[in-house]
Design a protein around this ligand. Structure first.
Ligand SMILES: Cc1ncc(COP(=O)(O)O)c(C=O)c1O
Length: 227
């Protein structure tokens, strides 16, 4: 940005990189993006399609990492996937110049904008997240997964664990196959995702029970140990 800052309108980032391999931000990274954007007059956009709506134990990744974007995109967990819905929160830095002109109309619309059934599902889903305490549940789930994967790393079964909230990854040794582990786990009755060449990921629904979590983690431990 020091070379091309005046031509950059915005920086778009996931607070925690999800499908790219589950990489939490290194300390200072998001704060650094915020500072660079402020310095060069660019907007900071968070893609919270994975991190939004309680995945990290807070409503948004922005809350978890305490960095505020100017725009925030969300989808998936707003309805827990029961209806297709996505949206964008528009912060004051983006809104104020538009709202300053009382005659300005943002001519923007989709065929299914504000679709009533999708929005009704979202409102009910958000009530359920509140009622069932699923933000706290995400913290509990993440702690269980994080501790289990860290123990496996300590025992040398995997190379390392990484994650935040209720999204975790097992970083494998180069001798292990994430595909073979995924397939073996399926035989044992549990689903993981094989991402990149060396990673299995864990992002369970926040309603998963403790015994289901045990089954998931036992299946991973067995598969990663070649059993
Ligand atoms: C972080 C992130 N952003 C965006 C998307 C794509 O979302 P959509 O399919 O709603 O466009 C995904 C899909 O998994 C995602 O993980």
């Amino acid at each position: 940005m020091s070379q091309r800052g005046n031509t950059i309108a915005a920086v778009l980032a996931e607070p925690l990189q999800g499908a790219g391999g589950v990489y939490p931000p290194v300390p200072g990274y998001l704060e650094g993006l915020r500072k660079l954007c402020d310095k060069h007059g660019a907007f900071l956009i968070f893609d919270e399609v994975i991190t939004g709506f309680a995945r990290l134990g807070t409503w948004f990744g922005a809350n978890f990492y305490k960095v505020n974007p100017d725009l925030l995109c969300f989808a998936k967990a707003v309805t827990s996937g029961y209806q297709p819905l996505g949206g964008v929160f528009v912060g004051s830095a983006v809104r104020e110049p538009l709202e300053a002109d009382a005659d300005f109309i943002l001519r923007h619309g989709y065929t299914y904008s504000g679709h009533a059934a999708a929005c009704a599902a979202a409102i009910t889903n958000l009530e359920i997240i509140e009622r069932e305490g699923l933000r706290d549940r995400a913290v509990h789930i993440g702690k269980r997964i994080g501790e289990a994967l860290t123990a496996l790393a300590r025992d040398g079964v995997i190379d390392h664990a990484r994650g935040d909230g209720a999204v975790w990854a097992a970083g494998l040794h180069s001798t292990q196959s994430n595909i073979k582990i995924r397939d073996r786990m399926l035989e044992l009755g549990a689903i993981t995702r094989a991402i990149n060449a060396d990673t299995n990921t864990f992002c369970p629904p926040l309603v998963i029970t403790d015994s289901q979590l045990d089954k998931l983690l036992d299946a991973f431990a067995a598969a990663a140990s070649g059993k």
